[in-house]
Design a protein around this ligand. Structure first.
Ligand code: IPE
Ligand code: IPE
Ligand code: MG
Length: 256
């Protein structure tokens, strides 16, 4: 046997084990779960198979948020624009939502997950809306992880709804001044701090009408990984990247 080659420290393969520090974790993470269709098409499978696989990926990330004690996760599951997809795909997505919220509900409840649907829930087929509302009621007092599920969600529609409420309040003479807080409190995310980190999978670099007001100072992380392949290790990569960033909020570091 030949002599074992020992590389000097600078030649050694870096420890690939990622270290997410328990300090400086984001309080609120938003995820644009994109790439299900392309994941399936690349494998010669119908797009809907990608959606089903995507639901599995979500389970893993929810569990990981619980493990890391990240308190709020907002996931973009279906946009107001997604209604324009072929009816068969929309129907499948609605069925899948119903199925996941039925089959996984007890487990999620047991894990202390509070499910909060956000979006134009009135647009959902009645059985889906009923189940979404049931899930929200059942899990309302859970405290481990708040899972905001953006379904039939569009940020412009959300802001428009807030403006309509403002007009109503003004007409009733209940409005003396409008501040940023007034508007924030009229959004679906009224009780949450803004997301610290927004992750988009699937390679596109855009927000696609997700949390436009709330993301004013969010850190953005784009991954080329398609959502069904987004494992907890990929999620940890995003968190490690986030932890290296310096958030300035428009100010400067006075110690420099
Ligand atoms: C995201 O995956 C899921 C939804 C929008 C419902 P897509 O369905 O957008 O997948 P791609 O982007 O076409 O690959
Ligand atoms: C954004 O993805 C919506 C969700 C992930 C639910 P889309 O696939 O709908 O976004 P675009 O069309 O690429 O901008
Ligand atoms: Mg997409």
């Amino acid at each position: 046997m030949g002599k074992k080659l020992v590389l000097p420290w600078w030649g050694r393969k870096k420890n690939t084990e990622l270290e997410v520090s328990p300090k400086g974790l984001p309080h609120h993470v938003g995820i644009i779960m994109d790439g299900n269709g392309r994941w399936a098409t690349a494998r010669g499978l119908p797009r809907v198979v990608g959606h089903r696989q995507g639901a599995e990926a979500l389970r893993e990330i929810v569990r990981e948020c619980g493990r890391l004690a990240i308190p709020i996760l907002t996931v973009y599951a279906f946009s107001t624009e997604n209604w324009q997809r072929p009816q068969a795909e929309v129907d499948f997505l609605m069925e899948l939502l119903l199925e996941v919220l039925t089959d996984e509900l007890e487990t999620l409840h047991g894990e202390g997950v509070r499910i909060v649907p956000i979006g134009q829930l009135g647009d959902l087929p009645k059985p889906v809306r009923d189940q979404v509302e049931y899930a929200a009621t059942l899990t309302a007092s859970n405290e481990n992880l708040k899972l905001n599920m953006a379904i039939s969600y569009g940020s412009r529609q959300e802001i428009l709804k807030a403006v309509e409420s403002l007009i109503d309040m003004a007409v009733r003479g209940e409005l003396t001044q409008v501040t940023e807080m007034t508007i924030a409190k009229l959004l679906y995310t009224a009780e949450d701090p803004d997301p610290d980190l927004i992750i988009r999978t699937g390679g596109e670099r855009r927000l696609s009408n997700f949390l436009l007001w709330q993301s004013a100072y969010s850190e953005l992380y784009f991954s080329d990984v398609m959502w069904p392949d987004f494992t907890k290790e990929e999620f940890q990569k995003a968190l490690v990247d986030y932890q290296k960033r310096e958030r300035r909020f428009g100010k400067i570091d006075e110690n420099e």
